[in-house]
Structure formats: C-alpha cells, structure tokens
Design a protein around this ligand. Structure first.
Ligand code: GTP
Length: 366
C-alpha cells in the first residue's frame, strides 16, 4: 500500500537535482493529489445537490491540479516545473477567489483563502510569492468592497470583510517572513557545505588541491582516458634538501618557501594541468592529454624556472631546487602503478644529484 504512495510522491524526483528542487517536486505531487481529491469530492457533492455551475468549476480545478502534476513529471525541465507551479498557484487563487465571490456553503467559502499565502510562498519563493500575494489581496479587496450592490457577490458584513482582509494580511506577512528566513537558512547551509567541501579538497597553506582533491582528479582523468583513449601523465616533485631550509630558516619561513614554490609551479603550468600538494614538501602534477615525453618537456621548463628564480624569504634571496619523477598513465599502467613508478623515478633523480627530471620509462628496472 505504501509502495505506490511513495512512488507517486517521489515521481519526478532526480538525484541530479538540488535538494530544494526535489523537495518542491514532492510537495507539488502531494499538493496536487490533495487539491485534486478535495475538488473532485466537493465537485461531486455539488453535482448531486444540483449546483452544476459550482460542480463544473470544481471538476475543472481537479483536472488542472492533475495536469500540473503530470506536467512536472512528464516534461522534466525547469521551465515545465515553473509552469506546473504557476498553474497550481493560479488554480488555487482562482478557486478561493470564486469561493469569496459565491460565498460557498453558508458563506464559509472565504475561510479557504488562508491556504493561499503559505502555499504561494513555498512554491513561488519570497519575491515572486510576495508579488503574487499582493495581486491576490488587491483582487480580494476589489471583490469584497467593489461590488457591494452586485447580486453575484455573496453578502458579508463590513466587519467580516475588514477582519478577513486584516487576518489574511497577517497570515501573508507571517508566511513571507517564514519563507524569507527559510531561504536565508538554506542559502547559509549551502554556502557552508560548499566551504566544507572546498576545505576538504584544498590545502590551507598553498590553496592548491590536497591529496584527496588530487585523488579525485586522478579518478576523473583515468575514467576520461578509458573513454577517449588519450593518455595522461603524473609527476611528483619533491623540494631538494628542504629539511636544511627548515633547520636554517625555521618552520614558518619553510612554509613561506612552500607557498612561493607552489606559486611558481602554478604560474608555469598550463591552465588545464592540475597541481596539488601531495604531502609535506611534495607536489603532484597531472598533465592531461600529455605523454611522458611531453610531461618531461614541461617539467624541464618548470625545473629551470625554479632553479633560476630566487625566492624572497624575509628580504633575503634564496635559490631552491626541486627533483621530479614522471610516469605516463596508459591502459597497462593504472594510476596507482603510475604514482609508484613516478616515485621511483623521483628517488632516482634524488640519487643522481637532485634538481633533475627523471622519467619512469628510462629507469633501469621498473
Ligand atoms: N615548513 C614545513 N616543513 C615541512 C612541511 N611538511 C614537511 N616538512 C618538512 O620537510 C622536510 C623533508 O625532509 P626530508 O624528507 O628529509 O627531505 P629533504 O631534506 O627535502 O631532502 P631530499 O628530499 O633528499 O632532497 C622535513 O623536515 C619535514 O619536517 C610543511 O608543511 N612545512
């Protein structure tokens, strides 16, 4: 029993949409179902009582509620969802306005107008909801006070009409305030989660991607390589004799060295290449669409730039070098093997004097 209900409520929901959009889709489904059932039941009753005009209106509303729900499910686009919501709000407003005009059963029709502010605010959002509600309030005021003598408008006392509008304005204000706070809290939560997401993937010292961020990039690149068969290369850079820099200048200046080196690496890399802080004084380069020879060429330029550009640490010029190990990722060499081989090549570069770029394919034994 619960299965089909759940299926109905979730129809149109998509994991790719934002949470807010999915919540709206579910509420539209629920609201359309409730609106459709109530108007259908009331329409049937009006029909049995011989009130054919009222029953026609109620049946039409029932059909519009059903159509708006189908629209958002069948045509799964943002435009269709906006149309679906507009149709629902318009139908609700028209129906309740008609109840104010006719008075409904024993002049109780106006009671339904209190449904309008919360529903409109939730579906249309703060600004559009407020505009729609102002237009609706004006329409209600005209209906209540503009046709005092007209036969087609139900007869309400002056006190009832003014209190109806005052209380409606109060509910509108509260609904608007609630929607405004809800939207603000949602925006704040979204901002915070984006910040957390960013922090989880970035290194706070250099602002580069951290190991986790780099690993996600590697997975993406590997999947892309399997799709389009274009290889990419991974390089690991390790600052030479960094321990002695820390020992002589202190840890804080050591951090500044890392920051300046990361800037040099970044500015010397192509826009599409990825640079990450792989660990303490180790950096990773991901050269997409690049074979090992291409990566070696790019790294030679980066190495030479660092070698020739003095860093300015606390007013002193110091020269720092780095060693690099590089390996191409191919269908035969997956990412973790490539990282292991790039590490081996880096070790080889360190052993052979440092300030070198060493390719994994040139290692004596891999
Ligand atoms: N200031 C600073 N130092 C770090 C950071 N992460 C790692 N280190 C230091 O980097 C140094 C790395 O030293 P080693 O691994 O011995 O290597 P090295 O001195 O660079 O020598 P080679 O790699 O052989 O050229 C260690 O002293 C670490 O404490 C960091 O975030 N900031």
């Amino acid at each position: 029993m619960l299965g089909p209900i759940k299926q109905y409520v979730l129809s149109g929901v998509n994991r790719r949409y934002k949470d807010e959009t999915n919540r709206r889709i579910m509420v539209v489904n629920l609201f359309a179902a409730v609106g459709m059932s109530i108007t259908f039941l009331l329409g049937s009753r009006a029909f049995i009582d011989g009130e054919y005009f009222l029953s026609t209106i109620l049946f039409s509303a029932s059909v519009i509620f059903a159509l708006s729900q189908r629209l958002q499910v069948r045509v799964a686009t943002a435009k269709a969802r906006t149309w679906s919501i507009t149709l629902l709000i318009f139908c609700l407003m028209a129906l309740t306005l008609l109840l104010v005009i006719t008075g409904g059963k024993d002049n109780t029709g106006p009671l339904w107008i209190y449904l309008v502010p919360p529903v409109t605010m939730f579906f249309a959002g703060f600004i559009r909801g407020l505009l729609a509600l102002v237009a609706y309030t004006i329409a209600c005021t005209i209906v209540l006070f503009g046709f005092n003598e007209a036969d087609f408008v139900a007869n309400y006392s002056y006190a009832f009409k003014t209190r109806l509008l005052y209380s409606f304005a109060t509910v509108t204000f509260l609904s608007a305030f609630y929607e405004y706070s809800r939207q603000k809290s949602y925006d704040t939560a979204l901002y915070l989660s984006e910040q957390f997401e960013r922090q989880a993937k970035h290194d706070h010292l250099t602002q580069l991607l951290n190991r986790r961020g780099a690993q996600q990039c590697l997975e993406r690149e590997y999947a892309r390589m399997q799709r389009n068969k274009r290889h990419f290369s991974i390089a690991i850079a390790d600052i030479d004799r960094f321990k002695s820099i820390n020992d002589s200048l202190g840890h804080e200046q050591g951090d500044e060295v890392l920051r300046q080196i990361s800037n040099i690496f970044k500015t010397r890399s192509r826009g599409q290449d990825v640079l990450a802080r792989w660990g303490g004084e180790e950096f990773m380069f991901i050269f997409n669409d690049t074979d090992e020879a291409g990566a070696v060429k790019a790294l030679e330029q980066i190495r030479a730039t660092l070698n020739n550009a003095p860093l300015n640490i606390n007013g002193n010029e110091i020269y720092i070098t780095s060693s690099f190990g590089v390996c191409e990722v191919t269908p035969d060499i997956d990412t973790s093997s490539a990282i292991r081989l790039a590490d081996k090549a880096l070790y080889h570069a360190k052993e052979h004097g440092r300030n070198l770029v060493c390719a994994a394919s040139t290692l004596p034994c891999r």
